[in-house]
Each structure stands twice: as structure tokens, then as C-alpha cells.
Design a protein around this ligand. Structure first.
Ligand code: RB5
Length: 151
């Protein structure tokens, strides 16, 4: 599978380990950086990684920042992407089974590297349950819709 990986300075240890782990498992990995611990801005890395999903160059994207929150916000601004911020193997599995999330966000300050690797494996190994498709169709229909106006 073609997988994009991106993260900020707080996540370099995690993204390095995830990239090595995915390559060892036989995946094609595109590293969108950052590659150093010099302070940077996560949208500059998560944004292009998500874009590569929408163009079809990659099929999945793994995003890591300190909490996972920032990168998940960036990813969910990109049309068509369903990014799940997950905290354990259970939420990683459900992100696929219920939400068919093509993007996984996790926090380098929240989960350690071995846990992160297990979460990525669990997410990649899980299968979407088609009974949830109706909800995903409704999410897609809402994309681009305006915020409700105050009465
Ligand atoms: C960077 O210090 C930090 O804000 C970032 O990694 C992330 O946690 C944001 O959501």
C-alpha cells in the first residue's frame, strides 16, 4: 500500500519509527517530513501529505504532532478526508470499521512509539463495515455546507 507519513518537530521519533516499521512490512512510504526537531508548523507537513491522498498518489496517511489534535484539524479541512484522532488500538480499529478513516492522527506526547506502531497496524488491518456507509454519505453531503446562521 502507498502510505504518506507527516509530522512536526515534536513527533520526529514517532514518524521515523512508523516509516521504518511500514517499510519493513512492505509498504511504499512517502515521507512528508519534518525530519528534524527544529520547531516548525504542522500544517506545512500535514497539508501536503493529505493532498497526496486526494490526488490518489497515496492511499492512507499517518499524521503525528504533539497531541495529534493539530494535524487532525488540518486533515479534516481537506475535502474527502476522514481523519481520526486515536488514542489506543480500540479507537484505531473503530476509525476504520465505523468511519473508514483514510487518515490516522496520533499524539507523540500522548502515546509511546510501541503503542503508536500497534495502533497503525491495527488501523491498517481493520476493514470498513458497510453498514456505516449511510453516515459517511451524509458527511460527504455536508462538505462545503455553510455553518448554520444564528437565529
Ligand atoms: C507543537 O508544539 C504542538 O502544538 C503540536 O505538536 C500539536 O500538539 C498541536 O496540536
Amino acid at each position: 500500500m502507498n502510505i504518506a507519513v507527516a509530522g512536526d518537530h515534536s513527533a520526529v521519533g514517532h514518524t521515523r519509527a512508523i516509516i521504518a516499521h511500514l517499510k519493513q512490512a512492505g509498504h511504499q512510504v512517502e515521507d512528508f517530513g519534518t525530519t528534524t526537531e527544529t520547531s516548525c508548523d504542522y500544517p506545512d507537513y500535514a497539508g501536503p501529505a493529505c493532498k497526496s491522498l486526494t490526488t490518489g498518489r497515496n492511499e492512507r496517511v499517518v499524521l503525528v504532532c504533539g497531541t495529534g489534535i493539530g494535524v487532525s484539524i488540518v486533515a479534516n479541512k481537506v475535502q474527502g478526508i476522514r481523519c481520526a484522532l486515536v488514542h489506543d488500538e480500540g479507537t484505531a480499529r473503530l476509525a476504520r470499521e465505523h468511519n473508514n478513516a483514510q487518515a490516522l492522527a496520533l499524539g507523540a506526547r500522548i502515546v509511546d512509539v510501541p503503542t503508536a506502531l500497534r495502533m497503525v497496524d491495527t488501523w491498517l488491518g481493520a476493514t470498513f463495515e458497510a453498514r456505516h456507509q449511510r453516515r459517511l454519505d451524509k458527511i460527504a453531503a455536508r462538505e462545503g455546507c455553510a455553518l448554520p446562521t444564528k437565529p
